[in-house]
Write a protein that binds this ligand. Structure first.
Ligand code: NAP
Length: 271
């Protein structure tokens, strides 16, 4: 069983390193500050520092979305001809474009649908990917062997690989992940401006603001990178808020009740 390389030992990269090491894989890794690699080596999770000029056969990039293309270009210049590289980024089109531009034929995009609002090595844990869907976005030129290797990696840590086109992925995630993040951020912003501390919230308020605690740097990257898909989603939300506002302003009980009941029916699903 060959070595696996990981770039970025934060929540996602650190959790992957823990599971792979537990499964008996030899993990080599690198991190911006070096602090996480030192800790992971101390625990026997990482064997040694990854050398980007002489990488192992499979490398996972677990850095923020907008730091990923630089690493793709860096690895495209390595001496290994059969190198397979994947990432974990929450958007896929720009990353696949970067791989195509760099001529990295062994690149296959990944996005594990697992994680939390916490970040960094200290938040990483074993079992994070168990039972999680992992979106797989092969490049136009990805060799079947590269796709198999990446899918096998995720299965080895309990993930469920699902193939999807990068454009379809970015549209879907704009709606089901990026919009909920924006709602929590907007809610946190509004409550803060209204002078309300988080301790004042009840269970419902705590639930709906959980994502307000997400990492600001990571989400800045995601939202700017996927701006063309995120903006129509924001418009749909703004329309819904405006409709609620006007129903309340007009004292239009029927309209307000219909809006509340419509969302309730959506949440309950088809009966
Ligand atoms: P994280 O905990 O903040 O870890 C990011 C890692 O990347 C850290 O090792 C960090 O090093 C390093 N890094 C940060 N900026 C960098 C830069 N400019 N160049 C090189 N390395 C840099 O983030 P994460 O949650 O693991 O996310 C990693 C990737 O997975 C992101 O692309 C994210 O979109 C994606 N993802 C996240 C989640 C989630 O729920 N968190 C879920 C699915 C996918 P330092 O420690 O030195 O800053």
């Amino acid at each position: 069983v060959s070595d696996v390389g990981i770039v970025g030992l934060g929540l996602i990269g650190g959790s992957l390193a823990r599971d792979l090491a537990a499964a008996g894989r030899r993990v080599v890794a690198t991190d911006r500050s070096g602090a996480a690699v030192a800790q992971a080596r101390g625990k026997g999770i990482v064997a040694t520092e990854l050398d980007p000029d002489e990488p192992p056969p499979l490398v996972v990039l677990a850095v923020p979305v907008r730091a990923t293309p630089d690493w793709i270009r860096r690895l495209a210049g390595s001496t290994r001809p059969d190198l397979v590289v994947t990432d974990t980024g929450s958007t896929k089109r720009s990353i696949l474009d970067a791989a195509r531009g760099a001529g990295l034929d062994g690149f296959v995009g990944s996005h594990p649908v697992a994680g939390s609002h916490e970040s960094g090595w200290d938040a990483s844990r074993t079992g994070l990917f168990r039972g999680a869907d992992v979106w797989i976005c092969p490049g136009r030129d990805s060799a079947p062997g590269s796709i198999d290797a990446v899918e096998r990696l995720w299965r080895d840590v309990g993930g469920r690989p699902r193939r999807i086109d990068a454009g379809e992925h970015d549209r879907l995630l704009a709606r089901c992940s990026h919009l909920p993040q924006l709602v929590a951020t907007a809610l946190g912003t509004a409550l803060s401006r209204l002078g309300l501390p988080p301790e004042a919230l009840g269970p419902g308020g705590r639930d709906t603001t959980r994502l307000a605690a997400s990492d600001a740097a990571m989400w800045t990257d995601i939202l700017l990178d996927n701006a063309d898909e995120v903006r129509p989603a924001i418009e749909a939300l703004a329309d819904a808020l405006e409709e609620l506002d006007s129903a309340i302003t007009d004292g239009d009980e029927q309209r307000l009740r219909a809006l509340l009941a419509g969302a309730r029916e959506w949440k309950a699903g088809p009966s």
